[in-house]
Ligand binder design. Structure first.
Ligand code: TMP
Length: 217
């Protein structure tokens, strides 16, 4: 029996999702609601090792298929080791990226067919999907300016062109348009606190309108 709720936060690099996750964690803590904050790739010891392979700019020769399978390997371990147990304990799981990053980046960005991605992803997750994916949408130029402001060296993915990120932004919006019940799209241009308030309200609304006790997982 799965008692908790699962939310994924998504968007192009620099969209502000990690800031939003920190804001939501603060609100859940204030309201004494048990939660587990995690991320992909990563979230487990094995997953974090896979993350460093995926993001290292040294690995520029990585093939698209290798990249895809590493993201899925990290996810398979994450679901089994951390996400499912937390959901079974009745916690709210907030994940910084999950399957929609694969659909947007490897699907729309790298042109791997979406059907293939959905099948492989279902194998990796055992069909576990977020109750809702929050997408923080903003222009590619703005996101790239924000990344530059951090002063951090770009990782392997962030080294990609603006054109690549335009495809990914469009991908996220397409995914949301195709299945509006499973996504919530917000403007990443809104002030941080205002945006966090809206996101939290949506989380509470989803939890209140679902009968947790009858949910199978
Ligand atoms: P992060 O910087 O948001 O932690 O994400 C790491 C990078 O990995 C980011 O550029 C998005 C990318 N990514 C994919 O390409 N496919 C995936 O399935 C996931 C989870 C992330």
């Amino acid at each position: 029996m799965r008692k908790g709720f699962f939310f994924a936060f998504e968007g192009i690099d620099g969209c502000g999702k990690s800031t939003q996750i920190a804001e939501i964690a603060g609100k859940l803590q204030n309201d004494v609601i048990p939660y587990h904050i995690t991320r992909e790739p990563g979230g487990t010891v094995i997953g974090e090792k896979i993350r460093s392979i995926l993001l290292s700019p040294e690995n520029n020769e990585m093939s698209i298929h290798c990249e895809l399978l590493l993201y899925l390997a990290s996810r398979a371990q994450h679901v089994q080791e951390k996400i499912l147990p937390a959901l079974q304990r009745g916690e709210i799981v907030v994940c910084d990226r999950f399957q929609d990053a694969t659909f947007a980046y490897q699907g729309y960005g790298r042109a791997v067919p979406l059907d293939t991605l959905r099948n492989l992803n279902a194998f990796a997750t055992g069909d576990l999907a977020p109750d809702c994916t929050f997408i923080f949408d903003l222009p590619v130029q703005e996101a790239s300016a924000r990344l530059k402001q951090t002063g951090k060296a770009p990782d392997r993915l962030e080294g990609n062109s603006g054109e690549f990120y335009e495809k990914i932004r469009k991908g996220y919006l397409d995914l949301a348009a195709r299945d509006p019940d499973r996504y919530a799209v917000f403007s990443g241009m809104e002030p941080v606190h205002l945006l966090a308030g809206r996101v939290y309200e949506k989380i509470m609304q989803i939890m209140n309108t679902n009968d947790t006790l009858s949910r199978e997982g």
